[in-house]
Design a protein around this ligand. Structure first.
Ligand code: ATP
Ligand code: MG
Length: 561
């Protein structure tokens, strides 16, 4: 029984359960530690679901901590968007923390290290410092400043803090091991001078701690038990532990655990690249619906549940891999299939006049909102003598097995009547501009009056009261599946998809008149769409969240059978 349970644990949960069993920890404490230098993306969502998921599963705690140690890249706009995104995903932090809250403590510890002869001020240029580190297979070269006395170092570090030295003129380094095969241990930099005011500490500091020095100590201060990060930090772990060795003598300290970053096909996932797309106006902003950001996905019509289910499904891996974007699309279809009301929208309209329907008459036909959810109820769609159907739901010379409208043929209008095409009207160029049809009054609601079969059902809108709208049809932002796999002379922007956004006008059924930004619908046979914030009282704007076709549905249903 016990064994069976363990099978479903991922490797992080195994570590946690072991720590609970041995009594190393009685309460689990995690954190999500973004740097506020950009908007969160779907990779961050994975990390959020993981850290807050552990909190929920083990009834522990989880902090949101801003790793705000570099004022030259950070901004409150990012802080606010990050809080919004975490909450939108459905999580609440136990404490809201900032690494900058610990600047005094970090400084004190740095002074302690200097006094103990374990840190020194280096006046060499960054280039020189990195040159002296050489390569992992060679011995490093010690800095001429490595053996400066603690007194002298204390004085210099104090001067750094007071702003007496220009940016780039000196750094504080930990004195560890210039011959370590791990380059991160070759006297890593702890502090550098940045003469920029900080959003939270103002002008108080002009020296700022490096990630490696700030991160583990922040975890320690907050009482974090399991510090989960992505694989690129695996090589930093000895340094994470070394810094903690210097301040902790109890052994009650966080453990760093690494898992594989989430990469999704046909998109990029680094904040640096996403920022480039924004600043170069390749997209309309961080929340452009083509962006893999949480705010972009939200605007696109993704739900928190779909993202959480996706994160759950991909699990945690120890090796980097590329996840098919189709899997993410599967989860939003699955969620919207249950939640989105069905409506009718015609993207490429062809006028149909129903010649035997009384002129001036309007009737209201009952339509089911969501066959997957009886509680969604019904609505009344208006019908009259003139309607629009999709251009490609009619063919003048159709192939066999074409069940939509054709000369002399009959189709069912969704929720309405059977109609039969009697006449095709063309303009002088020979293009079809209108169809003349007759309807069968006895087929109301789409029911066959006499058992005769009509195979095709098509959607339509009432030409007399339909609403004009703009639809934004999105495709992948890039044409290449794996953008980490580029030749040396290539750039990820070489693979931008020129057709990632196509704008069309569409005619919508009248019931959509009260739709509000964020509302999601299934346009029957066309896909899932949600109302965009760019909508005005004159014109509704919709984003296509995802089309209806799905290649993952089969794979997943085979699995769960
Ligand atoms: P990027 O490299 O995309 O700019 P980052 O790692 O610099 O992101 P941080 O703000 O430092 O961004 O990340 C906050 C947390 O989110 C970290 O714990 C980081 O490991 C995690 N994270 C970032 N990107 C991913 C990803 N693609 N998959 C999973 N977790 C991620
Ligand atoms: Mg980072």
């Amino acid at each position: 029984m016990e064994e069976k349970r363990n099978e479903s644990l991922n490797f992080i949960e195994e570590i946690i359960e072991e720590d609970l069993k041995t009594g190393k920890w009685s309460k689990i404490y995690t954190r999500f530690p973004p740097e506020p230098n950009g908007y969160l993306h779907i990779g961050h969502a994975k990390s959020i679901c993981l850290n807050f998921g552990i909190k929920e599963k083990y009834k522990g705690k989880c902090n949101l901590r801003f790793d705000d140690t570099n004022p030259s890249k950070e901004d409150v706009e990012y802080v606010n968007s990050i809080m919004e995104d975490v909450r939108w995903l459905g999580f609440e932090w136990d404490r809201l923390c900032y690494a900058s809250d610990y600047f005094d403590q970090l400084y004190e510890w740095a002074v302690m290290l200097i006094k103990e002869g374990k840190a020194y001020v280096d006046k060499q240029s960054p280039e020189e410092i990195s040159r002296q580190r050489t390569t992992p297979t060679e011995l490093g070269i010690e800095s001429p400043y490595r053996y400066t006395s603690p007194e002298e170092n204390l004085k210099l570090f104090e001067e750094m803090r007071m702003g007496l030295h220009p940016e780039g003129s000196m750094v504080l380094r930990a004195k560890i091991d210039m011959n370590s095969p791990n380059m991160h241990m070759r006297d890593p930099i702890m502090y550098r001078i940045i003469k920029k005011p900080h959003d939270r500490t103002g002008d108080k500091w002009c020296i700022y701690p490096m990630y490696d020095y700030a991160h583990g100590q922040s975890d320690y201060i907050e009482g974090i038990t399991h510090s989960i990060c992505t694989l690129e930090f695996e090589v930093h772990r000895p340094l994470y532990d070394w810094f903690l060795d210097q301040i902790d003598k109890t052994g009650k300290r966080p453990r760093q655990i690494e898992f594989a970053r989430l990469n999704v096909s046909y998109t990029v996932m680094s904040k640096r690249k996403l920022l480039e797309l924004v600043t170069n106006k390749i997209v309309s902003g961080w929340d452009d619906p083509r962006m893999p950001t949480i705010s972009g996905l939200r605007r696109r019509g993704y739900t928190p549940e779909s993202i959480r289910n996706f994160a759950e499904r991909i699990g945690v891996a120890k090796r980097d891999n590329l996840i098919d974007v189709g899997l993410l699309e599967y989860f939003i279809r699955e969620d919207l299939n249950k939640k989105a009301n069905r409506v009718m929208a015609v993207l490429n309209p062809l006028k149909v006049v129903i010649t035997n329907y009384p002129e001036g008459q309007t009737e209201y036909l009952e339509a089911i909102n969501n066959p997957e959810d009886p509680s969604a109820g019904t609505r009344k769609v208006s019908f009259s003598r003139e309607i629009y159907i999709e251009k490609d739901d009619f063919m003048e010379n159709p192939p066999k097995k074409y069940f939509r409208l054709q000369p002399g043929g009959e189709v069912r209008l969704r929720w309405a009547y059977f109609i039969k095409c009697e006449e095709v009207i063309k303009d002088e160029k020979g293009e079809i501009v209108e169809l003349r049809c007759t309807y069968d009054p006895l087929s109301k609601g789409g029911q066959s009056p006499d058992g005769r079969k009509v195979k095709g059902t098509i959607h339509w809108v009432n030409a007399n009261d339909c609403i004009e709208s703009e639809l934004r049809l999105y495709d992948r932002l890039f044409t290449k599946e794996n953008l980490d796999d580029l030749a040396e002379d290539e750039n990820y922007t070489d693979y931008l998809n020129p057709e990632s956004l196509v704008i069309v006008n569409a005619k919508l059924e009248k019931t959509l008149v009260s739709a509000k930004p964020g509302n999601t619908f299934q346009f029957e046979r066309k896909g899932y769409f949600c109302v965009d914030k760019d909508s005005t009282t004159e014109k509704l704007v919709f984003n296509r969240t995802v089309t209806l076709k799905d290649s993952w549905a089969k794979i997943i249903s085979n699995e769960t059978e």
